[in-house]
Design a protein around this ligand. Structure first.
Ligand SMILES: [Zn+2]
Length: 75
C-alpha cells in the first residue's frame, strides 16, 4: 500500500529564502500603508502557495511559541 505523498504531513511549505522575501514584501507593504499581511500573503500567493485552514500547523515547533506568519502556507 502506497500512501499518497505530502497529504497529511510534509506539506511543501515555502523555503527559508521564500519566507525571507515574503517578509520583506510585508515590510514594504507596511511602508506603503497597507499593513504587513497584504504584502506577505500576496507574495506567497504569487509563488503559488495557499494558506490552508484545513491542515495542521506547519510551524517547526507546532505553534508552541506562537504561529509564524508562514504557518499553513503550502503548495
Ligand atoms: Zn503554526
Amino acid at each position: 500500500m502506497v500512501a499518497p505523498p505530502d497529504v497529511a504531513q510534509g506539506h511543501s511549505g515555502p523555503s527559508d529564502e521564500e519566507v525571507l522575501a515574503a517578509l520583506r514584501a510585508g515590510y514594504r507593504s507596511i511602508d506603503d500603508g497597507y499593513g504587513f499581511y497584504p504584502g506577505f500573503d500576496g507574495w506567497l500567493e504569487s509563488l503559488g502557495y495557499r494558506r490552508r485552514g484545513d491542515i495542521d500547523c506547519t510551524c517547526p515547533d507546532r505553534g508552541y511559541r506562537g504561529h509564524l506568519p508562514e504557518c499553513r502556507w503550502v503548495r
